[in-house]
Design a protein around this ligand. Structure first.
Ligand SMILES: [Zn+2]
Length: 358
């Protein structure tokens, strides 16, 4: 930590602290040690093995430096910032708290250490419930994890002007790399764009300060040859598993109607391929009545989607994002004439949920 409390309960920065004085953690009030050497920037630390709810991770040089850079970055853009602001009501202490005019304060977390999705969710929810926005920036241990199954994906965030994005902060050059417009294209690696900002850039260029609304990733459907797609899935264990599932439903992968193999660009929220989801929908629709209300159809699609969603803790509200997947797949079903809207309900076309003849 960069700031501790002296015996008069004043907050003191490590670079100006006196070695002769005693300092305490502003959150748990345990004594902390001033560390001012040559390898790391001046900071305070709890006694080794002491368990503090706010500073339990053991800070690295990267983390200490990063939060100082981020505070300076926002301050240069004219915002009032507070480093390591104690928030007693939350038992949380954001790395940097940023105050804008007429806006909820923004808690910035610069994450370098491993963090479970449960802890991430608890901390994110804590901020939201107490009226703070939160922005997670990731350190270099996460830089190579921006893939569909990488460890960074649970930090997936959304902003109107960037779409789905993951921000990486590089302390060696004080630079933000934004992986943005992240999207899944079935059978392909995670799609993304990258843009870099140095810490000299005004924050406004990066952070639009608009409340997030959801974006529609326009579905692109394409009819593809089943054999090619099967090849792309690979002659792997998963494919054999899916083939087995088809056998259990009285058909095979080769007999699936074209729409099940269709691909589209989707929000990067699924753990696996969209094909697996569409296959689950196919099985489910085969056992459905031919007429369904709009809400019945959405419930059915959500039932098939839920087990396939990737663990994520930073998107808010979660339902708004999964709704986009549902909207996308409904468009596919309509495009392939699997369902038709008739007066007041969806009508299922049985031929589209039947196995193709050999
Ligand atoms: Zn403490």
């Amino acid at each position: 930590m960069l700031i501790a409390e002296n015996h008069q309960q004043q907050l003191v920065r490590a670079e100006t602290a006196r070695r002769s004085q005693n300092y305490h953690c502003p959150q748990c009030h345990a004594p902390v040690i001033l560390k001012r050497g040559t390898t790391m920037i001046a900071h305070f630390a709890h006694q080794p093995s002491f368990d503090c709810a706010s500073f339990s991770e053991g800070e690295t040089a990267e983390h200490l430096q990063g939060k100082r850079q981020l505070a300076a970055w926002f301050a240069r853009s004219g915002y009032r910032v507070q480093l390591e602001a104690p928030l007693p009501a939350l038992h949380q202490r954001p790395d940097v708290l940023v105050f804008g005019v007429n806006q909820q304060p923004l808690a910035i977390e610069f994450q370098c250490a491993p963090l479970s999705v449960q802890r991430l969710a608890a901390r994110t929810t804590g901020y939201r419930e107490h009226g703070y926005r939160v922005w997670w920036l990731l350190g270099h241990p996460y830089a190579k994890g921006v893939t569909r199954h990488g460890k960074a994906i649970k930090f997936l965030q959304f902003a109107q002007n960037w779409g789905y994005y993951i921000p990486i902060w590089d302390v060696t050059c004080g630079r933000l790399t934004l992986h943005y417009q992240l999207a899944n294209v079935d059978f392909k690696p995670l799609r993304s764009r990258q843009i870099q900002f140095t810490s000299q850039v005004a924050v406004q260029r990066v952070w639009c300060w608009q409340p997030s609304a959801h974006v529609i990733v326009s579905p692109v459907t394409a009819n593809s040859e089943a054999a090619i797609m099967a090849g792309r899935l690979g002659a792997n264990h998963q494919l054999r598993q899916l083939q087995l599932e088809c056998y259990q439903h009285g058909g095979s992968l080769q007999q699936l109607p074209a729409w099940v193999w269709s691909t589209q660009v989707r929000p990067p929220l699924l753990r696996g391929s969209g094909f697996v989801w569409q296959l689950a929908i196919f099985f489910k629709l085969r056992r459905c009545p031919v007429r369904m209300s709009s809400s019945q159809l959405r419930t059915l699609l959500m039932t098939t989607l839920r087990p396939l969603l990737a663990a994520n803790a930073c998107l808010w509200p979660p339902a708004c994002h999964s709704d986009q997947l549902i909207d996308g797949v409904i468009k596919t079903l309509v495009a392939f004439d699997v369902i038709r809207w008739a007066t007041d309900s969806w009508q299922l076309r049985p031929v589209q949920v039947a196995w193709k003849k050999h």
